[in-house]
Design a protein around this ligand. Structure first.
Ligand SMILES: [Zn+2]
Ligand SMILES: [Zn+2]
Length: 364
């Protein structure tokens, strides 16, 4: 029996190979009996992928990539569609967007609005990972976290489903506020998606970033009501805050968490307001005085991974083009340019890097 192989981006930490290698050849997985074998078409580079590489959080040889779009090349003999969802009646050749984790739906976490803490959710994944030519998905994925991409939607747009879902869950966890106002700190991909979602839901949105290119993009796209540099334009954003009902914002959405952004958030948020964390800490440790939170009754809300309802809603927003993605997809690259995409992301040049796996080098 011959073993089929395929190319993959596996994590390596040697300086010469940093951050990763395409040239690695690994064994091609075989189709699970009730799942599917997927040929990879495209996939987004997530901030958590970059963090895992930079902070060496995953072992050498790991295959990252979880914002994936691919085509079914084989369905397992025992695959049956989800009986309650006719849209999961998939066929070979279908183009799917796939979220990597599947909650069980019946455990205590799942029944109490914490599906991303479910053991089954954490244990499930694409096999062997996303940044490779082929991967497999389970029947659970096919039943719950796969969506057939309509022909009018580009692969690069569909690949934004999972990150958008994460934003939708975050906004949902904050809840609806009367005359709500939010400051979004960090106008990268997640920050600009969050700005749009808040604005669509009727919030007043102030965007803040230290990167002039990001500020310029946020200004011309109209994703926020106002944008400012946090230190150079403090009088400007202070004036904006003063126009809000409490002279502060109800929510500060942090897509970058460090000493400076936390201090800024505590300065901007009203008493009884919310810090919404959309990221973990960067390279430097940060401290937060619990007394500040306690006496000012400031809530902390997080969103690391989406629930199924958020994936469904995100897919709907993308397929109906209710969110604007095109200006954000700044770096469509071939997977052979992985190192280039990684560098563009870490140097703050890219808003979103999306890799194409097309053999003819065509971008998705
Ligand atoms: Zn992600
Ligand atoms: Zn569960």
């Amino acid at each position: 029996m011959t073993v089929e192989t395929m190319g993959a981006i596996t994590v390596a930490y040697t300086p010469e190979a940093f951050p990763a290698l395409w040239e690695t050849t690994i064994t091609k997985p075989s189709c699970p009996i009730d799942g599917a074998l997927i040929r990879t078409l495209g996939g987004g580079l997530c901030g958590t992928d970059v963090e895992k590489i930079q902070q060496q959080k995953v072992p050498v040889g790991t295959i990252l990539g979880h914002e994936m779009v691919g085509e079914i090349v084989e369905l397992g003999a025992n695959y049956t569609p989800n009986s309650t969802n006719p849209e999961t009646c998939f066929s070979v050749g279908d183009r799917l967007v796939i979220a990597h984790h599947v909650p069980c739906g019946i455990c205590h976490f799942c029944l109490n609005a914490s599906p991303s803490s479910c053991e089954a959710f954490k244990a499930s994944n694409l096999v062997p990972g996303g940044f490779t030519q082929f991967f497999t998905v389970s029947q659970g994925h096919l039943h719950h976290t796969c969506f057939k991409v309509p022909s009018h939607i580009a692969t690069r747009e569909a690949a934004c489903t999972e990150p958008l879902a994460c934003v939708l869950r975050a906004v949902r966890r904050v809840g609806n506020l009367h005359n709500g106002s939010v400051a979004v700190v960090g106008l990268g991909f997640i920050g600009l998606l969050a700005s749009q979602v808040f604005k669509h839901q009727g919030w007043q949105v102030l965007g803040l970033d230290i990167n002039p290119n990001r500020l310029a993009l946020a200004s011309i796209t109209d994703y926020c009501h106002s944008v400012a540099h946090p230190t150079e334009q403090e009088p400007y954003w202070q004036e904006w805050l003063e126009a809000q009902p409490t002279g502060k914002v109800d929510v500060v959405c942090l897509t970058v968490v460090n000493e400076a952004t936390l201090a800024l958030a505590l300065q901007m948020v009203r008493n009884g307001g919310t810090l919404l964390l959309m990221a973990g800490q960067g390279k430097q440790p940060v401290s937060l005085n619990p007394s500040v939170l306690y006496y000012r009754e400031i809530n902390v809300v997080t969103s690391y991974s989406p629930a199924l309802e958020d994936l469904q809603q995100a897919f709907k927003l993308i397929t109906t083009r209710a969110v604007s993605l095109t200006p954000l997809l700044t770096h469509p690259l071939s997977i052979h340019q992985f190192a280039e995409g990684f560098k563009a992301y870490t140097q703050g040049e890219a808003i979103k890097v999306i890799f194409s796996f097309a053999e003819d080098g065509k971008l998705v």
